[in-house]
Design a protein around this ligand. Structure first.
Ligand SMILES: Cc1cc2nc3c(=O)[nH]c(=O)nc-3n(C[C@H](O)[C@H](O)[C@H](O)COP(=O)(O)O)c2cc1C
Length: 228
């Protein structure tokens, strides 16, 4: 069977390079490159101007596979990524039909991966509007846990994500059908949800406490003046 020819990995985070999306995108890129599939990773933030956006639309239309890797913003997709999707839908109508595939990876702040479901459905609809084959959507909970680390160094919390992505990348590289189990594995938390919630609350609380530098404010932090 023929190999996948080209892949565009679109990092849809407004944070650009310093984002969980970029860390996930880099892992995907390395996986494809290991399989000798040509990739280009682009940051949507670098294509804001109309001329640059046109360049991105052209790149996207020439890729056999597009992978959107983005964060969840307000239960949806960040504005710049939505803009790309809207413009690409219009742009594609002016082109002859080609075989293209779309996959999406969304990461959110909350631990539950299902928070990303609506964003993934929007991408599935985008694939159907633009005549792309929908490969599937990966929902990553607890995104900030991979914001400052590469996926390889993220240890146990990213175990399922790495395992699922490895299987997905291997199937896509060989133009084989992606097993739904691989998508399910990549979207499954590696630890039980109750434990993740507990650990998460601990880190989030200590993060907020660190931000409160004034000792006088710490004393007042638990005040409930309007409690009845
Ligand atoms: C403006 C804004 C809106 C967000 N909305 C949500 C949300 O609706 N649900 C959620 O779980 N996380 C939400 N988050 C958290 C991000 O999805 C989370 O921090 C993610 O890991 C950021 O990914 P990135 O580093 O790739 O940008 C939001 C963050 C920001 C800055």
């Amino acid at each position: 069977m023929s190999k996948l020819q080209s892949t565009l990995i679109l990092v849809g985070s407004p944070k650009g390079k310093k984002s969980a999306s970029n860390n996930i995108a880099s892992y995907i890129e390395e996986g494809f490159n290991k399989n000798e599939v040509e990739t280009e990773k682009v940051f949507v933030t670098r294509y804001k101007k109309p001329d640059k956006l046109k360049e991105l639309l052209k790149k996207a239309s020439e890729s056999e596979l597009i992978v959107i890797v983005a964060p969840l913003y307000f239960d949806s997709i960040p504005a710049l990524t939505i803009r790309f999707m809207e413009e690409f839908s219009i742009y594609k109508k002016s082109l002859p039909k080609t075989q293209q595939k779309l996959m999406a990876v969304f990461n959110c702040g909350f631990p539950e991966p299902y928070q990303n479901d609506v964003a993934i459905k929007i991408c599935e609809n985008f694939a159907s509007q633009t005549d792309m084959e929908w490969i599937g959507g990966i929902a990553v909970g607890m995104g900030p846990s991979v914001e400052t680390k590469s996926l390889k160094d993220a240890g146990m919390p990213a175990k399922n994500l790495r395992k699922g992505l490895d299987a997905i990348i291997d199937s896509l590289s060989n133009n084989e059908t992606v097993p739904p189990e691989a998508i399910a594995t990549a979207s499954k938390l590696s630890l039980p949800l109750f434990l993740v919630k507990f650990i998460y609350a601990h880190f989030v609380n200590s993060g907020w406490k660190k931000r409160v530098k004034d000792k006088e404010i710490i004393k007042k932090m638990y005040d409930r003046p309007y409690d009845v």
